[in-house]
Design a protein around this ligand. Structure first.
Ligand code: C2G
Length: 437
């Protein structure tokens, strides 16, 4: 019996898929199809898969051509499958010519001509709703957002507004944006989603105006210095039934959710200590301290909870800007320390100590691809990682796309009470700060 294997995502199953399966089957007697798992596709950058794994499997099965279906879950699985299933030939479309030649050591490699004129990408483009993003920025650097947004089907940064003409034109030219606006209201009108990406002092008004016009909003966090203002924005987003989403990419990154699962699920025992440090030197943004703090407070609130008994803040200023702050929180069974350096340099790191293990993220933990788990009595650390290109913004857009598809305005990454708590804490820090003036 001649055994054949082929692989694919088989998203929005079409004639091209049918043809390759048919020809693969004709090549032998027994056909095994590996359908890609969701995580595997995300890992290899295929973010816009439309159908669920169950649907894709069902569609492959319904061809009646396939003898066995397996799920492809990780890079490098193919070699193991070929050996395990005693495969004679590996068949794949000629868009992959040369890419799998190394497998010819294990079995016969066959590249078959692809069906012309049809593809999942084309079908997805026709199916996905289009969302034009308009960005209000005061920086010339886009932190990859234009490129990353485009990786999610249907999304594109089409409009930009800035109150400095020089930055506006520079941004448009650098990132090839279709439309520039010198009137914020007009930009809101032209966009489905408004991304408020500027210093904290200006955010509240810009966000409010976009929400009032019934647009979805992504904003650099925190939205404001005042919790009453954030409450107003949250109420407004509900009233208008639109999404209000913080630009905190970390919560949409797989590895961070693994970390949360471990800490919240008790896998490292009771949490005794949460310690994190962050510093950045970005002169283009005023009050950067608050942005860095919001980013650090979020994991603390998620891991340690919100019921701390006492908090104290030590704030050091240089003129108007906070240079450094140490925020200490006493919880019933543990303690959290967050050190934020704006100009003052501290090493970026995050450490969570539990009774059954310690988790560490070194370097830029807010966009980390990995963490290590150190268990008492074990010499080697366990490493957890996921690879992805870029800074994670595409995962945030992907989350937004899911929310839009499901018609849900509840942000999955940052909960409302967490957003509010962050602003409440920062409000207190600001008071400390004002008192030290
Ligand atoms: N295909 C085709 N003609 C088309 C479109 C796709 O012959 N018009 C073939 C592809 O060449 C591939 C199979 O259909 O052999 C599945 O295609 P996709 O769903 O796009 O999956 P792909 O990303 O190519 O997965 O491990 C995954 C595999 O390596 C390939």
């Amino acid at each position: 019996m001649k055994k054949i294997i082929t692989y694919g995502t088989f998203d929005m199953f079409h004639q091209g898929h049918y043809n390759i399966l048919k020809r693969a089957k004709d090549y032998g007697d027994y056909l095994i199809v590996g359908v890609t798992g969701e995580n595997y596709d995300i890992g290899r950058g295929k973010l816009s898969v439309h159908d669920t794994l169950a649907t894709r499997i069902e569609n492959v099965k319904n061809t009646g051509l396939v003898d066995e279906i397996i799920v492809e879950e990780y890079l490098g699985q193919k070699i193991g499958d070929i050996i395990k299933y005693d495969i004679d030939s590996f068949v794949i479309g000629d868009d992959w010519v040369g890419k799998f030649d190394h497998l010819s050591r294990y079995c016969n490699m066959v590249y078959l001509e692809r069906t012309k004129g049809i593809s999942s990408t084309k079908l997805r483009e026709e199916t996905f709703e289009k969302y034009d993003i308009g960005i209000i920025t005061d920086e010339i650097d886009d932190n990859e957002l234009v490129k990353e947004a485009k990786l999610v089907n249907g999304f594109e940064v089409k409009n930009v507004y800035c109150d400095s003409e020089k930055t506006l034109n520079g941004f448009q030219e650098k990132y090839n944006i279709e439309n520039v606006f010198d009137d914020y209201g007009k930009m809101i009108e032209a966009s489905d989603i408004v991304f408020v990406r500027c210093s904290i002092e200006k955010r509240f008004n810009y966000i409010r105006q976009a929400l009032e016009s019934g647009k979805h909003v992504i904003y650099d966090s925190p939205a404001t210095f005042k919790s009453s203002e954030l409450e107003e924005l949250l109420d407004l987003s509900k009233e208008k039934n639109v999404i209000l989403m913080e630009n905190i990419k970390m919560v949409h990154i797989y590895v961070f959710n693994q970390l949360l699962w471990m800490t919240q699920g008790g896998l490292i025992g009771d949490i005794l200590s949460f310690n994190c440090s962050i510093s950045k030197n970005d002169e283009s943004r005023s009050n950067l301290f608050y942005d860095l703090s919001a980013l650090s407070l979020l994991p603390m609130l998620k891991i340690m909870g919100q019921n701390y008994e006492k908090a104290d803040f030590k704030v050091t200023k240089d003129g108007e800007e906070i240079e450094f702050a140490s925020m200490n929180f006493v919880y019933p069974n543990g303690r959290a320390v967050i050190n934020v350096g704006n100009v003052v340099r501290v090493d970026n790191q995050l450490e969570i100590i539990g009774t059954k293990g310690t988790i560490r993220m070194r370097g830029n933990w807010w966009r980390s691809k990995n963490f290590s788990l150190h268990k008492p009595g074990e010499i080697d650390a366990e490493l957890y990682n996921t690879n992805f290109e870029g800074n994670g913004f595409k995962y945030l857009i992907k989350a937004m796309s899911t929310m839009l598809k499901n018609n849900s305005i509840d942000s999955m990454g940052v909960f409302e009470d967490e957003s509010l708590k962050i602003v409440e804490i920062l409000e207190q820090v600001k008071k400390t700060d004002d008192n030290t003036l």
